[in-house]
Design a protein around this ligand. Structure first.
Ligand code: 5GP
Ligand code: ZN
Length: 112
């Protein structure tokens, strides 16, 4: 989608530190990490948020979690622990309206 920063990363129009890519999804380091490991896993298809997912997206959503699992191992946080989260809408602080799964770890995380 035009003017979507994450679509631009997918299309390699703007750079990102990409740690995983396949036909359906891509993962890259968050430009403003809040934890030592902070990776965003996103579908290549432009979906604005969890609110816009349908049953047809079941496999795609599952893939995002399995990619997160693989990256957690590679980034050496699988055993120490990590958090996976989707922010949805303004009360959750969603700023980029292209679905993204946050993978955060590498230190003790606060609750919430
Ligand atoms: P949200 O608050 O929407 O759940 O998270 C958006 C995340 O995207 C933020 O953590 C922010 O730092 C990250 N982000 C925003 N713009 C860019 C960018 O251009 N490149 C990368 N790698 N991350 C970005
Ligand atoms: Zn997009």
């Amino acid at each position: 989608m035009k003017n979507c920063i994450f679509c631009k990363i997918i299309n390699k129009e703007i750079p990102a530190n990409i740690v995983y890519e396949d036909a359906q999804a891509i993962a890259f380091k968050d430009v403003n990490p809040v934890t030592p490991v902070h990776v965003l896993i996103i579908p290549k298809k432009h979906v604005p948020s969890v609110n816009y997912l349908g049953f047809k997206d079941k496999e795609l959503i599952g893939d995002l979690f399995l990619i997160a699992q693989k990256i957690a191992k590679e980034q050496k946080v699988a055993e120490s622990g990590y958090r996976l989260s989707f922010n949805v809408g303004k009360d959750a602080g969603q700023t980029i309206h292209h679905l993204h799964l946050h993978l955060m770890g590498g230190e003790k995380l606060p609750f919430a």
